[in-house]
Design a protein around this ligand. Structure first.
Ligand code: IVH
Length: 681
C-alpha cells in the first residue's frame, strides 16, 4: 500500500512524542502531561494506524497493548549465554573475592561497579537497527522462552532506541520486576475480582511475564532495569559504569543506587548502605552485585564454568523466624516416598507465609531431632523452599518423643521399605496405594505428559476417593454421567474433559513413556528411549544392557525402566491404555535418524477435519514441534479457514503455508532421509 507523506510523518511525530512521555513517566518517574492528554495522543496514533495499517510498525507504542494469546512459548537460544553469578555471604567471602581479583590482575586495589541485585527475572532484549525485535527469559542460560509479545507491554522497555549507528545489533540484559506499589495494587485487583493473589512481587512478575495472553501482561505494570549487554555488536566501552551510562542515555531504567567503589572497604560500605536502605526501596533486592569496573580487566579474569570470575553476588542473609511445630505428617509421593512434613504455626518469612516445611527423610529427622511441640527456626531465601534450620531445644516442652516414620504406609497400610543405599523410605503399594495413585494420575494428565485439560488435583481426589478411577487406564473409561455426578461439575466442563481425554489418545511414544511416571525417567530420557527403540514393545522387552545403550541411560535408570515393565500391574495398565485407544505412530528403530532436524509448525485457523490437538499430535508423532507463534524460525504454517495474523506473518516472512491436505505429505518428506532440505516443498 502506498501512503502519502502526511500520515507517515504524523505517525512518526506522534510516536516520538508518546515515547518521550512514556520515558518520562515509566523510566524517570517524572510525568510531564496528564493522563488525559496522553490518551488523546495515543487515540490519534491508533486512528492513524487503523486507517493506514502499514504505518503500524513493531516499535509503535500502540503495540504495547498485547498480542493474541499464544498456545505456548517458543524456545530461543541465546547467542551469548546468560550466565549466573557466584554468591558470597560473609565479609570473608568478599575479601577472598577481592584478593583473587587483585592477584589475577596483579594490582593493589580494584575499582568495582556496585549494583543492587534485583529480585526479579533475568531477560535478554534484542535490538536490530535500534528497534526492539525479540526478548527471552533466561531459561537454563542457554535457551530461554520467547516472551517478546509480553515484553513489548513493559513501558520501561524502549521499543526503539535513539538513532545511532552503533545500535545495529545488540542484546540488552536486565531484570523484569514489579514494584511494591504496583504489586499491592495488583493483589487488590486480584482479590476484588475473586482471583488468586500473589505471594510476593517476584512471583507476580514471573506469572505476568509468562502469561500466554499478553493483553493480560499489559495490565500488570511490570518494570525493567537494565544492567548490561549480552551481544554488544559494534559498541565498545572501557568500563561497566560506561555501559550503564550509555544504557541510560538510550532510555533504559538503570538503578539509581549503583555506585563506583574502591577496594574491599568500598564493597563492604556499599553492602551496609544497601542493607540499610533495603526496606525503603520501591522494589525487592536480594543482595548486591560487584563487578570489576574495567572491561579489559573483566576479559583478563574470564569465567569459571558458568559464572564470571570478575563478578560476585553478595547476598543478604536468608530471613529466619521462630515458630512452633504443630504436628508432623507423613506424605506419600508419586514414587511411594514417605516424606515427613512439619506443620507449622503460620509465620511470615522471606516474603511468604510458611505453614509447613519438609523434613526430608528419617536421616534428616534424626539429625535435627525435630519433635511435635518444638519451637524451631525456619528460614527462607528467595526462591528456595522453606526449611527448618534447627530446634530451640531449651524451649522444648516436657514429655516430647523422637519422631519415627511408621513401618506401614499411612495411606494404604502396605509395608514400607528402605533400599540399602537410599535415605528414602518407600511404600510398597504402587498403584494400589491411593496416595501414589493420585499423584501418578496428576502426573499422567499433566501438560508435558498426556496433556488432559480440566482434570485438576481436586477432581482426581474425588475420582480416586469414590473408587471411580484406580489407574490411568480407568480415565479413558469415564463417561458423561459419572463425571456430571461429581461435586461442582457442570455439564459443559464434563464434556470438555471427555473431549480432552479423547484428544489425548493420539499422542507420541515419548509423551506416553513420560506419562507412565517411571522412576528416574524424565521427559528427556523418555524422548531418547522413544527415539532409540521406536516402538513400545521393543522397549518393554529390552534387557538392562540394551537399555543402557541409550544415550544418558545408566544402570540406575535402566534398572528402574526394566523393573517398571516387569511388574504385571504395570503391564496390565499399559495394555488397557492401548486397548482403550491410546496410540502413537510407531517407528522401526532403523528408520529413525537421531540427527534429523526437528521442524517447527505453527497452526492457524480452523482445519477442515482435524482439531488443533489432533494436528499437533500428528506433527509431534512425526518428531516435529508445534509452536504458538510465527517467527523467522518457524518452518511451516498449517492454515485452515479464517486464519488470522499468523498467516499474514507467514506471508511476510516468506514461510511456506500448507493446508491440512498437504500435512502428511509434508511430514513424510521431512522424515524421508533422501530429502536434504526441510523447506524445499
Ligand atoms: S549481572 C554474568 N547484575 O542475578 C552474569 N545480574 O545470579 C551477569 N541479577 O539471573 C549478571 N541483579 O538476573 C547482574 N545488577 C545485576 C543483577 C543481576 C540481578 C540476577 C541476574 C541473574 C542472576 C545471577
Amino acid at each position: 500500500m502506498s501512503v502519502g507523506s502526511g500520515p507517515q510523518e504524523d505517525a512518526a511525530r506522534l510516536r516520538k512524542e508518546i515515547n518521550a512521555h512514556n520515558h518520562r513517566y515509566y523510566v524517570l518517574d517524572a510525568p510531564s502531561v496528564s493522563d488525559a492528554e496522553y490518551d488523546v495522543l495515543m487515540q490519534r496514533l491508533i486512528a492513524l494506524e487503523t486507517q493506514h495499517p502499514s504505518l503500524r510498525t513493531p516499535d509503535s507504542p500502540t503495540q504495547r497493548v498485547g498480542a493474541a494469546p499464544s498456545i505456548e512459548f517458543q524456545q530461543v537460544t541465546h547467542r551469548v549465554p546468560m550466565l549466573s553469578l557466584n554468591n558470597g555471604f560473609s565479609e570473608a567471602d568478599i575479601s577472598a573475592f577481592d584478593q583473587r581479583v587483585r592477584d589475577a590482575l596483579k594490582v593493589a586495589s580494584v575499582t568495582y561497579s556496585a549494583e543492587p541485585k534485583f529480585d526479579g527475572l533475568a531477560v535478554s532484549l534484542q535490538y536490530r537497527d535500534g528497534v526492539f525485535v525479540s526478548g527471552a527469559t533466561r531459561g537454563d542460560g542457554t535457551t530461554g522462552e520467547d516472551v517478546t509479545a509480553n515484553l513489548r507491554t513493559v513501558r520501561s522497555i524502549p521499543l526503539a532506541l535513539p538513532h545511532t549507528s552503533q545500535t545495529r545489533d545488540i542484546d540488552v540484559r536486565g531484570e523484569v520486576l514489579i514494584r511494591h506499589a504496583d504489586f499491592e495494587a495488583l493483589n487488590q485487583a486480584q482479590q476484588q475480582a475473586g482471583l488468586k493473589t500473589f505471594v510476593n512481587p517476584r512471583n507476580a512478575a514471573a506469572g505476568s511475564l509468562r502469561q500466554l495472553d499478553s493483553a493480560m501482561t499489559a495490565t500488570r505494570r511490570l518494570h525493567f532495569f537494565a544492567y548490561g549487554l549480552g551481544f554488544s555488536g559494534e559498541l565498545s566501552f572501557q568500563t561497566q559504569s560506561e555501559v550503564l551510562d550509555w544504557l541510560q542515555s538510550m532510555g533504559f531504567a538503570i538503578a539509581p543506587q549503583r555506585a563506583k567503589v574502591e577496594g574491599l572497604s568500598g564493597l563492604m560500605d556499599y553492602f551496609q548502605s544497601m542493607a540499610a536502605q533495603r526496606t525503603q526501596l520501591p522494589f525487592d533486592i536480594d543482595g548486591v552485585v560487584y563487578k570489576v569496573d574495567s572491561l579489559r580487566a573483566q576479559e583478563t579474569l574470564g569465567f569459571v564454568s558458568r559464572a564470571p570470575r570478575f563478578a560476585l553476588a553478595h547476598k543478604f542473609p536468608a530471613e529466619e523466624a521462630f515458630t512452633q511445630v504443630l504436628d508432623i505428617e507423613v506424605q506419600v509421593g508419586r514414587t511411594g516416598a514417605l516424606t515427613p512434613v512439619a506443620r507449622l504455626q503460620p509465620v511470615f518469612v522471606g516474603g511468604v507465609t510458611v505453614t509447613n516445611a519438609t523434613l526430608h527423610n528419617q536421616q534428616e529427622l534424626d539429625r535435627k531431632d525435630v519433635r511435635i511441640g518444638d519451637t524451631v527456626v525456619v528460614r527462607r531465601a528467595g526462591d528456595v523452599i522453606p526449611e527448618v534450620v534447627r530446634v530451640v531445644t531449651h524451649l522444648r516442652p516436657e514429655s516430647t518423643t523422637r519422631f519415627a516414620l511408621p513401618s506401614t504406609c499411612p495411606v494404604c497400610a502396605s509395608p514400607v521399605f528402605r533400599a540399602e543405599d537410599e535415605a528414602v523410605t518407600r511404600c510398597s503399594g504402587g498403584w494400589r496405594c491411593v496416595a501414589q495413585c493420585k499423584q501418578a494420575l496428576i502426573h499422567f494428565v499433566s501438560r508435558h505428559a498426556m496433556h488432559v485439560d480440566g482434570l485438576g488435583d481436586k477432581l482426581i481426589d474425588q475420582l480416586v476417593d469414590r473408587q471411580l478411577v484406580r489407574s490411568a487406564a480407568d480415565l479413558y473409561a469415564l463417561d458423561r454421567t459419572t463425571l456430571v455426578g461429581l461435586d461442582r461439575m457442570a455439564e459443559k466442563s464434563a464434556d470438555n474433559i471427555l473431549a480432552s481425554l479423547e484428544a489425548s489418545k493420539s499422542t507420541t511414544l515419548a509423551r506416553f513413556l513420560f506419562a507412565l511416571g517411571i522412576r528416574n525417567t524424565g521427559e528427556a530420557t523418555a524422548r531418547d528411549l522413544a527415539r532409540h527403540f521406536g516402538s513400545l514393545d521393543a522397549l518393554m522387552h529390552a534387557s538392562i544392557e540394551q537399555l543402557m545403550s541409550v544415550r544418558d541411560v545408566g544402570p540406575v535408570v535402566a534398572q528402574s525402566i526394566h523393573a517398571f515393565f516387569a511388574d504385571p500391574t504395570n503391564q496390565q495398565v499399559v495394555a488397557q491404555l492401548r486397548a482403550r485407544g491410546v496410540h502413537w505412530v510407531e517407528q522401526s528403530p532403523a528408520l529413525i535418524q537421531p540427527e534429523r532436524p526437528v521442524a517447527s509448525f505453527a497452526i492457524t485457523g480452523t482445519l477442515p477435519t482435524l482439531s488443533r490437538d489432533a494436528a499437533r499430535a500428528i506433527i509431534e508423532a512425526a518428531g516435529h514441534r508445534v509452536v504458538g507463534s510465527v517467527s523467522s524460525r518457524t518452518q511451516f504454517v498449517l492454515a485452515g479457514a479464517d486464519a488470522g495474523s499468523k498467516l499474514e506473518r507467514a506471508h511476510s516472512l516468506g514461510i511456506p503455508v500448507i493446508s491440512e491436505e498437504l500435512l502428511s505429505a509434508t511430514l513424510a518428506r521431512l522424515n524421508d532421509p533422501t530429502q536434504t532440505s526441510a523447506t524445499s516443498i
